[in-house]
Design a protein around this ligand. Structure first.
Ligand code: NAD
Ligand code: IPM
Ligand code: MN
Length: 347
């Protein structure tokens, strides 16, 4: 079990440290952790946010536990040198195209979400976000128009095979849950989305037991707060999935709770909280590490088939929460380390 640990910037190292403690507390046979530099931290040390040595570590490991990258002091660098390129580069280089972002309400947190408790209580959904295409990876640049105005551009596109492979992930996930798949797009305006919708419908023929629906992304944003209980699995593109998953996090209480798995066609997986480096609270020891701890649970489940240990971690997080161990993000005052202690104690 060789796991790369890329802690990154801001709260990244703080939350990753607690997830590592949890993994180590399980006494897994053959567990080996290999640290590597990413993000602004890597730029300062190696002159690049994703240096070759880090990529080599990633490729030599079975899975990656990732903290967060992002550092406002790097925002004036050329884009290819900015911290965010570390995570974008890993996703692309390793073919991590399927991003699973589950959102459920933990017992006892119903009153702490941004929604009314009776609305929040029903949430048990999985957002499947395509991670290798869309406007994220199209041609982009700055240019000057003929009449001298500056213009920025980013090309949005999806090829049919890219949509087909994420569609299969969506349908298969739905088969293992409540057999409802909602594909979110903007087909009323975008050709990229029209192709997306056409391909999703083609693939649906192979999954007659899954109830497929389509929703425009603006409506989906609205429905996610109006009646999130209607969703089982959502499948969507890179940009829409990024936005909707941050929104879903507040529907269940906090962005400090949402974990994710980014999977490739083979066995490689990268696991990270959906939140960023949170520079506003970095270095204070107050970030909620639960999203990263829950990402470690996903790592054990998806990369190593260790369902029992994954469930144990999830139960330990749920137990700590129901004991009232809550960070500032949930209106409590438990610090990062204290939350880690509580989860390890529950384990
Ligand atoms: P963010 O997710 O870092 O923070 C948004 C808000 O949520 C902040 O108020 C922050 O304090 C709070 N928050 C986030 N995680 C928390 C936690 N675990 N516990 C308590 N509160 C938490 O988003 P942002 O402020 O828009 O971005 C900051 C930097 O992070 C940027 O450089 C951005 O590019 C980067 N980012 C990186 C990733 C990643 O590494 N995958 C993801 C998102 C953003
Ligand atoms: C995320 C982040 C990243 C994204 C950024 C940091 C590139 O917001 O993982 O959700 O947009 O995918
Ligand atoms: Mn995001």
């Amino acid at each position: 079990m060789k796991i790369a640990v890329f802690a990154g910037d801001g709260i990244g190292p703080e939350v990753t440290q607690q997830a590592v403690r949890v993994l180590e507390a399980l006494d897994l046979p053959g567990l080996e952790l290999v640290e590597g530099d990413v993000g602004g931290a890597a730029y300062r040390k190696h002159g690049h946010p994703l240096p070759p040595e880090t990529l080599d570590i990633a490729k030599a490991c079975d899975a990656i536990l990732f903290g967060a990258v992002g550092d406002f002091s790097c925002d004036d660098l050329e884009r290819h040198l900015r911290p965010e390129q570390a995570i974008l580069g890993l996703r692309k280089e390793l073919g991590l195209f399927a991003n699973l972002r589950p959102a459920t309400v933990f017992k006892g947190l119903e009153d702490l979400t941004s929604l009314r408790p009776e609305v929040a209580r029903k949430i048990d959904l999985l957002i499947i976000r395509e991670l290798n295409g869309d406007v994220y990876f199209g041609e982009k640049g700055m240019r000057t128009t003929d009449d001298g105005r500056r213009e920025g551009y980013d090309v949005m596109s999806y090829a049919e095979d890219e949509v087909r492979r994420i569609a299969h992930v969506g349908f298969k996930a739905a088969m293992g849950r409540d057999r409802k798949l909602c594909s979110v797009d903007k087909a009323n305006v975008l050709e990229t989305s029209q192709l997306w919708r056409d391909v999703i419908i083609e693939v649906s023929a192979e999954y007659p037991d899954v109830e497929l629906s389509h929703m425009y992304v603006d409506n989906a944003a609205m429905q996610l707060v109006k009646d999130p209980g209607q969703f089982d699995v959502i499948v969507t593109g890179n940009l829409f999935g990024d936005i909707l998953s941050d929104q879903a996090s507040m529907c269940v209480g906090s962005i400090g709770l949402l974990a994710s798995a980014s999977l490739a066609e083979g066995t490689m997986g990268l696991y990270e909280p959906i939140h960023g480096s949170a520079p506003d609270i970095a270095g204070q020891g107050i970030a909620n590490p639960m999203a990263t701890i829950l990402s470690a649970a996903m790592l054990l489940r998806h990369s190593f088939g260790r369902e029992a240990e994954a469930s144990r971690i999830e139960a330990a997080v749920a137990g700590a929460l129901s004991d009232g161990v809550r960070g500032g993000d949930l209106g409590g005052n438990a610090g990062t380390r204290e939350i880690g202690d509580a989860v390890v104690q529950k384990l």
